[in-house]
Design a protein around this ligand. Structure first.
Ligand SMILES: Cc1cc2nc3c(=O)[nH]c(=O)nc-3n(C[C@H](O)[C@H](O)[C@H](O)COP(=O)(O)OP(=O)(O)OC[C@H]3O[C@@H](n4cnc5c(N)ncnc54)[C@H](O)[C@@H]3O)c2cc1C
Length: 342
């Protein structure tokens, strides 16, 4: 095919940060929108890959064509910076610092492409890419469509793009700030990451924060202190809880912990609590299956320490979900995306 090389049986381990997975039946790198359009003629259902930092690729690989997006142009305009989907977030964060724009400091430690980050509304330290977007251009049914921020459906680690939309580029806000403040903030964030997250082969956090049927601080107090806060027969609303909590429950809920049940106030439902805290409190840090291990440093990270398979990861995920459910009555949902036929 003119200008775009298509490889066969490309090993996908080297295209994802977990270093797990089989081969792509066909594989190509796209460096322009025209490349993508050309490649979609070869396989209209092609799988899209950014930097592979949030994916679990099946040991059996991916059928059809996998397209790795490497479009990397950055253009300055008065109100925003126009950035193509393949630009890496740490590079963009450093571009923002050099230009004196302070609104992407949170992104410096996220090993994503702009396209992948927009698809999952990546974020950290209380900020996310979604809140910095002016518009996004996607390839939808062969046509380039521009969507304003309000049409992108950004939420906690989600966006509302259609399943087959390919993010091509985005206009990202630029907010002037003192360079020394930007540097200080970035250094603090990076230091925090180094202190709390492990190095090695991972896909970052495996699970999303759990949405609690109660106030997060209240729950954290229970988990950390291992003591009941309210007597079992009382709730803030004065009613007994009839059922085990679910993440969508709106009835007065109770929480299970250490074989005890705690009734909780009815206010502040659905506040998020870090999945890592729940996994840690189940005593799972250091648990190993096959070539994978739950990090001692951060319980929401599963590390590939010895030629792990996707099955090893899935087995560990199942174990974590079961233990967290049995201990807390909460169902964890994966943040990572599975690619290939699972
Ligand atoms: C060490 C480490 C730390 C991390 N820290 C954070 C963090 O702080 N916050 C956070 O949110 N995430 C974090 N992550 C996870 C990850 O970086 C993000 O989820 C990121 O958004 C994934 O981007 P990517 O380019 O790697 O996407 P990929 O992993 O390549 O793809 C993810 C999904 O997006 C799709 N996709 C990719 N590009 C496009 C596109 N252009 N158009 C349409 N679909 C596309 C893919 O098909 C796939 O379904 C971390 C990961 C690691 C390894």
């Amino acid at each position: 095919m003119m200008g775009v090389e298509i490889l066969q049986n490309e090993n996908l381990k080297k295209h994802c940060t977990w270093r797990i997975g089989g081969n792509a039946e066909f594989f190509a790198k796209a460096r322009s929108i025209n490349d993508i359009k050309t490649l979609l003629k070869f396989d209209k259902n092609a799988t899209i890959l950014g930097n592979g930092s949030n994916v679990l690729i099946n040991d059996n690989g991916i059928k059809g064509l996998t397209i790795k997006l490497e479009l990397d142009e950055i253009k300055e305009y008065t109100r925003f910076v126009e950035v193509e989907a393949g630009v890496k977030l740490p590079y963009l964060a450093s571009y923002y610092y050099k230009s004196g724009y302070g609104n992407l400091t949170f992104a410096s430690g996220i090993p994503a492409t702009v396209g992948g980050a927009i698809k999952s509304n990546a974020g950290a330290h209380g900020s996310s890419i979604g809140e910095n977007i002016v518009w996004v251009e996607v390839l939808r049914d062969g046509k380039v469509v521009r969507l304003d921020n309000s049409e992108c459906g950004f939420g906690y680690r989600i966006s509302g793009f259609q399943k087959k939309d390919i993010v091509l580029k985005a206009a990202i806000k630029k907010i002037k700030q003192d360079k020394s403040d930007i540097l200080e903030k970035t250094q603090n964030f990076m230091q925090y990451r180094r202190a709390t997250q492990p190095g090695g082969f991972s896909a970052g956090s495996v699970f999303k924060a759990a949405l609690l049927p109660c106030n997060a601080q209240f729950f954290t107090n229970i988990v950390r202190a291992d003591v009941p806060i309210l007597p079992k027969h009382e709730t803030a609303s004065g009613r007994m809880s009839p059922s085990a909590p679910t993440s969508t429950s709106t009835s007065p809920p109770n929480i299970k912990h250490n074989n005890s049940s705690f009734l909780i106030p009815h206010s502040s439902l659905n506040s998020p609590i870090p999945a890592g805290l729940l996994i840690d409190k189940c005593g799972l840090k250091g648990t190993r299956i096959g070539g994978t291990i739950i990090s001692q440093k951060h319980a929401n990270f599963i590390l590939n320490i010895d030629n792990a398979s996707s099955k090893d990861v899935l087995d560990l995920i199942d174990l974590i979900k079961e233990k967290v459910y049995n201990n807390f009555g909460l169902t964890l949902n994966e943040e990572i995306i599975k690619l290939g036929e699972f």
